[in-house]
Write a protein that binds this ligand. Structure first.
Ligand code: AOF
Ligand code: ZN
Length: 377
């Protein structure tokens, strides 16, 4: 078994924390001895034991000479949990408490360094204790599963994903606004899997009024994300699902600073809904960059899925707010309709937002594109 094979398994078990560990990272760990995995651990829920300690506790065989393979650098700080470096070094202790380099965990393989300044230093501490440490095995994959955590812990802002289901000619709805359904079942299932993965789903008021969406991951197993509704004038009636169903305590309404102080805002708060006030731009729109800073810092939201409509998505693209874009392209043409980027107007090819492909695959009859912004270097 190679380090990469073991890391692939660690990445796999890390995903068991999906939807439960935020704002902490998803972490997986396996212990390898004599070429086979003798234990596995993962970070299961926020505040719970770390993957490394989980794997050490679950081991039913001797750890003599074992290798620990972990997707993230073991932490070296006292947080909600004690330092994982202590737990690793404890396997090397003689009965009198001194360290014996030949005992216990002999080697540690790390996917990526911890970007969290408070937790760093694990690699050096292990090396000082005589443990051989290899860093950077399947690093790109380890970074990818924790892209939300990495952005949030380094900038305070959530990682923002845009999502659209479009026709071959780029429309999200007919001229009359009919949009259910452009994409097929498998594409919708994948979109729901995204909802289960992110901390929050965001939509504009017009989308709530048109579709009365529930925004939960009904087609997959997973928990309801927080739901963010943009409502500058606080005009939405309380009868829409996001404001009155049993998950309303997890809804966040973003409005102008002025309306956030109004009696309408207080009425929402009495229902358990969070109301956040943000500045309004000269174009009369909520300043989403400011909203993202606020929800990242004050509500610990590490990821947001922007589901629409066209106005909101266009705004996010125009202002460079998306870190990732998922497009489900259905083999259908509308000729006219509501364009996915209706409110975007590129003045020239040079200034048009450009993207690079991260992945391209099929979702049933639809094409699933995952794009990353091509940021000026
Ligand atoms: C996790 N799970 O498996 C690992 C983490 O407050 P604490 O004690 O839970 O520490 C959280 C930090 O610990 C986290 O931001 C990350 O830097 C580091 N490693 N965290 O939640 C884990 N290995
Ligand atoms: Zn730890």
């Amino acid at each position: 078994m190679t380090d990469a094979d073991a890391m692939r398994r660690a990445l796999h078990v890390a995903l068991r924390g999906t939807g439960k560990v935020s704002p902490n990272p998803r972490v997986g760990c396996v212990l390898v001895r004599d070429g086979r995995i003798i234990s596995e651990g993962w970070h299961d829920h926020y505040g719970g034991i770390h993957a490394e300690v989980h794997a050490l506790r679950r081991a039913s065989e001797s750890l003599e000479g074992a290798t620990m393979v972990v997707t993230l650098e073991p932490c070296n700080h006292q947080g909600k949990q004690p330092p994982c470096t202590d737990a690793i070094l404890a396997t090397k202790q003689r009965p009198d408490g001194t360290l014996d380099p030949s005992r216990g965990i002999r080697r540690v393989v790390v996917g990526m360094r911890d970007p969290n300044p408070q937790a760093q230093g694990g690699i050096e501490r292990l090396q000082q204790a005589g443990i051989e440490v290899t860093v950077g095995v399947l690093e790109a994959e380890c970074r990818w599963i924790n892209r939300f955590f990495v952005k949030h812990v380094t900038t305070g802002m959530p990682y923002v994903i845009g999502k659209g289901a479009i026709s071959l000619d780029g429309f999200i709805a007919t001229r009359e606004g009919q949009s259910q359904w452009i994409s097929g079942e498998e594409a919708r299932r994948r979109a729901h899997a995204l909802r289960a993965e992110v901390d929050a789903v965001l939509v504009g008021r017009a989308t709530v009024e048109r579709d009365n969406p529930h925004l939960g991951p009904r087609l997959v197993r997973g928990r309801m994300p927080r739901r963010i509704v943009l409502d500058t004038g606080l005009r939405l009636s309380m009868n829409y699902r996001v404001l009155c169903d049993e998950h309303r305590m997890r809804t966040i309404v973003a409005t102008s600073r002025e309306r956030a102080e109004s009696s309408a805002a207080d009425a929402l708060r009495r229902e358990g809904i969070t109301v956040v006030g943000v500045s309004v731009t000269s174009a009369g729109r909520l300043a989403l960059d400011e909203l993202f800073v606020t929800i990242g810092k004050e509500l610990s939201i590490t990821s947001v899925l922007v589901e629409g409509g066209a106005q909101v998505l266009s705004w996010c693209i125009e202002h460079g707010l998306l870190d990732e874009l998922h497009l489900f392209v259905a083999p259908m043409m509308l000729g006219q309709g509501i364009s996915f980027t209706a409110a975007l107007s590129a003045q020239s090819l040079q200034s048009a937002p450009r993207w690079q492909y991260h992945a391209l695959g099929r979702a049933g009859d639809d094409t699933h594109l995952i794009l990353l912004p091509q940021r000026p270097s």
